[in-house]
Design a protein around this ligand. Structure first.
Ligand code: NAD
Ligand code: WQD
Length: 336
């Protein structure tokens, strides 16, 4: 059975991807420094997968940890999730973000080339599009100047992959541009664990419903959208995890020195107010929310054109927004 190294595999998207890989008969090898996750995730993974996941606690910037892992395991491919992702913090501590997000990719690629590990799937983001002029966004929609150091690290990492593959190192790479990942594993054993006060919409909603936050503020209802609130493309984390599996399969069929990029979204945009209404409806509760001022720098509307990933990778989302809101709430309810 093939072993896939999952950097950041104890985190939100990585842990769900470990489940999908294991269920497809691959062996996930998780490398995480637990800087934004907890070791308890590993026990939860064991409950879902039925066996203890292979885990290394270490820093993806440290070449020695890759040496150690590859001495003990033959790695067929890598999914590189490990990164810092707090947009606000990245404006305060840009070097921390450039060092970790870009630095770790450089160390990893160099190591892969040396050891002949061929395939890498990289976690990129729709943030590279900024506010697009035309919707929905396709993969050839021009990228915009990043709004934050975090966003810029995703652009730079994509560029690093392009330049590296052009140099013919004998690797194959895909960048997946995630839209807004939401939801949790339907078992509610794993999910998103935000650190401190959440910045993102769904954890803020679930924490408000749980009484941890008094109320949620909708950042603006006077935009040029059907109900005036912003629009995003909310993709269930299990569907997103499945896209990584499909990307790995596709890479294995390509010639060396291959690079491509795919949007991963549902292809539908939903407003913030629609999300709140859906959350209330599927979970049969009332959310304490108010309309507040616009959030500085917010993208007004964005959703994905998914034709490329549908036709080339044969990937389709199977979870609805209702499923996402139900699973997010079930996960929150299970948190102590
Ligand atoms: P997460 O913080 O839950 O997971 C990232 C994991 O990487 C954490 O477990 C953290 O401990 C680990 N990590 C960070 N730096 C590390 C290092 N140097 N060495 C080892 N481990 C390290 O985040 P997530 O939401 O699962 O995001 C995964 C990836 O997807 C990130 O690259 C993120 O930028 C990208 N992404 C996330 C979103 C989103 O909204 N969640 C959207 C687009 C892209
Ligand atoms: C979604 C919508 C808010 C909180 C972030 C990152 C981006 C990318 C995706 C990683 C917006 C509104 C939110 C609240 C609200 N991540 N909102 N009240 O803006 O798409 O971007 O995730 O690559 O880099 O910045 O996600 O969840 O912050 O906001 O009204 O309390 O919810 O205004 O319209 P966003 P988000």
């Amino acid at each position: 059975m093939k072993k896939i190294l999952i950097t950041g595999g104890a985190g939100y998207i990585g842990s769900h991807t470990a489940v999908v890989l294991a269920e497809a008969g691959l062996i996930p090898v998780i490398l995480d420094d637990l800087s934004n996750s907890s070791e308890t995730v590993l026990g939860r993974l064991e409950e879902i997968i039925g066996s203890k996941p292979i885990f290394y606690k270490g820093d993806c910037n440290d070449r020695a940890i890759y040496e150690e892992i590859t001495k003990e395991h033959e790695i067929s491919g890598v999914i590189h999730f490990a990164a810092f992702k707090a947009v606000g913090e990245s404006t305060q501590l840009p070097l921390k973000y450039y060092q970790n997000n870009i630095g770790s990719l450089l160390v990893l690629l160099d190591f892969m080339q040396e050891k002949g590990i061929k395939d890498i799937v990289f976690s990129s983001s729709c943030t590279v599009y900024g506010q697009p002029d035309v919707l929905p966004v396709t993969e050839s929609t021009p990228r915009k100047d990043a709004e934050s150091p975090y966003g810029n690290t995703k652009k730079v990492c994509e560029d690093v992959l392009v330049d590296f593959v052009t140099s013919k190192p004998g690797i194959r790479a895909i960048s997946l541009r995630y839209f807004n990942p939401v939801g949790a594993h339907p078992s509610a054993k794993i999910g998103e664990l935000p650190n401190g006060t959440p910045n993102n919409l769904i954890p803020y909603i679930t924490q408000t419903a749980a009484g941890i936050r008094e109320k949620i503020t909708v950042f603006g209802d006077d935009y040029d959208t059907p109900d005036g609130s912003c629009i995003r493309d909310f993709i269930h984390v299990m569907d997103l995890a499945d896209a990584h599996m499909k990307a790995l399969e596709y890479l294995s069929q390509q010639e060396m020195d291959f690079y491509d990029v795919f949007n991963v979204g549902t292809g539908n945009g939903n407003t913030v107010l629609e999300v709140i209404n859906t959350f209330e409806k599927v979970n049969d509760l009332k959310l304490n929310y108010e309309i507040g001022p616009r959030r500085a720098g917010d993208v007004i509307k964005i959703w994905a054109d998914t034709q490329k990933i549908n036709s080339v990778l044969g990937w389709q989302p199977s979870y609805s927004l209702e499923d996402s809101m139900r699973d997010s709430w079930n996960w929150q309810k299970g948190l102590k």
